[in-house]
Write a protein that binds this ligand. Structure first.
Ligand code: GLU
Length: 463
């Protein structure tokens, strides 16, 4: 097989969202698995909506996710001369024509077609314009856009690696703009030239681009380029099965990062959006994810974005991290912890496993860690709980071997029995005193992690 070369071609008109990230990840994984090349191309032909800020943010999010690229980022705005030369070639061969229709005329035509129940496509009106018509429009100050003329008759066919044989009759396609009236190339035109010149072997992109593909194929053919392989990834749906971006807007990676999503967890999750694993596992390393990737394992059916599952997987990855790495990852959220984050690192290390067990995101992890580390400011106990607290106060903690969790566990049981109160009441009260809530980590581990002095201090304080 020829060298695999894939690309991710975002438009810098917004932050990277879940759908875009999945496209990037699948192209990257495929290139990595096949020992090929993965490149980045910034499709910034929409000068009004493109922003350097978004370009920077997309690259930064990709880096955070662990996606690396071999070439680029190329920028279409720096390649206008190139598109112009291919355009001149099409012009010389009479494969394009100028269109003077105004946006209002086009809109009226569109509405008319829709009202008649026909698919809205350009009528080809300006193809039949005479040189007098053109001269008149020019005099009115109209600037033409340039349309590619769809060949009469015929069918555009291609093999989609996910969807199989696809065909579009030329009669269903309208003459389409390749150069806008301000001289800027359209997506379809620039994309084809770039994919061809950059030697892209496989185009993996969202299903929403499927309707562009026949137009692009006609351009490949007109320009004498050979076709890449196409694979259109299944649409991503919200839980109510509407298109994800419809209800919630494009769900950006930023918003998840801000809540403390681990890149490893997101990477794994993205592999589940329309792609299945030969062997399910709770945790994958990056190279295992790459190895598991196969275009044959991508389905046609829409993939539901299940946010609860994403966070639950994040919890699994949080539990899988060594303490040191988790502290590093949580550093971003240290403000939640307070100013003593740096000074108290040593003291919080033993508490990490306790917070790790419960948290599904890093923000929560740091919050729980702080809660365990600081203890409650004030604890209000009811009458029964107060009795337990008094009982605890009278105990001699000094005598226990605090290094051994098993000893602590046994001692706790003995104390509970001696106290004469039911186990649930006893243990919940102790937790209230130590961390301000009744549910939480196993007590012998909590006691051990806090240390004898701190446990005694909290009991005395509550009393
Ligand atoms: N710039 C297009 C987008 O962001 C790329 C589509 C493609 O991959 O061809 O959707």
């Amino acid at each position: 097989m020829e060298t695999v070369k894939t690309r991710f071609a975002p438009s810098p008109t917004g932050f990277l969202h879940i759908g875009g990230a999945r496209t990037a990840v699948f192209n990257w994984a495929f290139a990595r698995k096949e020992k090929g090349i993965f490149l980045l191309r910034i499709e910034d032909t929409d000068r009004e909506r493109s922003r350097p800020l978004f370009e920077e943010a997309v690259l930064e999010d990709l880096r955070w996710l662990g996606i690396d690229w071999n070439e680029g980022p190329y920028r279409q705005s720096e390649r206008f001369g190139l598109y112009q030369s291919f355009f001149a070639d099409l012009q010389n061969r009479n494969l394009v024509y100028p269109c003077y229709c105004t946006p209002q005329e086009l809109e009226a035509e569109r509405e008319k077609a829709l009202a008649q129940g026909k698919p809205p496509r350009y009528s080809g009106k300006c193809f039949f314009a005479t040189s007098e018509d053109r001269a008149r429009w020019e005099k009115e100050g109209r600037l033409p856009s340039w349309r590619f003329r769809i060949p009469a008759g015929g069918v555009v066919r291609f093999h989609d690696l996910i969807r199989g044989e696809m065909h579009f009759s030329c009669a269903s396609l309208g003459d389409f703009i390749i150069i806008k009236s301000d001289g800027v190339p359209t997506y379809n035109f620039a994309c084809v030239i770039d994919d061809a010149l950059m030697g892209i072997s496989h185009v993996l992109r969202g299903e929403e681009h499927l309707s562009n593909t026949p137009y692009q194929i006609l351009l490949y053919q007109a320009l004498g380029f050979s076709l890449p392989c196409f694979a259109h990834l299944p649409i991503i749906l919200d839980e109510d099965r509407t298109k994800l971006s419809k209800r919630r807007g494009d769900v950006s990676l930023r918003s998840f990062r801000e809540e403390g999503l681990l890149p490893q967890a997101l990477l794994h999750y993205l592999f589940t959006l329309g792609h299945s694993f030969a062997e399910e596992k709770e945790l994958f390393t990056i190279s295992e994810l790459i190895d598991s990737f196969a275009i044959e394992r991508i389905g046609k059916a829409g993939a539901v974005f299940d946010e609860a599952r994403l966070w639950s997987m994040n919890g699994t990855y949080i539990r899988g991290l060594p303490s040191e790495e988790l502290l590093l990852a949580g550093k971003e959220f240290s403000r939640e912890f307070g100013k003593d984050w740096n000074e108290t690192k040593e003291k919080i290390v033993p508490l990490i496993p306790l917070a790790q067990e419960e948290a599904t995101n890093l923000r929560e992890f740091v919050t729980i860690l702080r809660e365990i580390y600081r203890g409650p400011d004030t604890v209000s106990l009811n009458g029964e709980q107060e009795k337990v607290c008094h009982f605890l106060h009278g105990l001699s903690f000094e005598a226990i071997d605090w290094d051994d969790q098993e000893t602590i566990k046994k001692k706790l049981r003995a104390w509970q029995k001696a106290s004469g109160v039911p186990p649930a009441l006893f243990y919940r009260t102790l937790r209230m005193i130590l961390i301000g809530r009744e549910e939480g980590p196993e007590l012998h581990r909590l006691l051990w992690a806090l240390g004898k002095d701190e446990v005694m201090r909290r009991i005395h304080k509550t009393l």
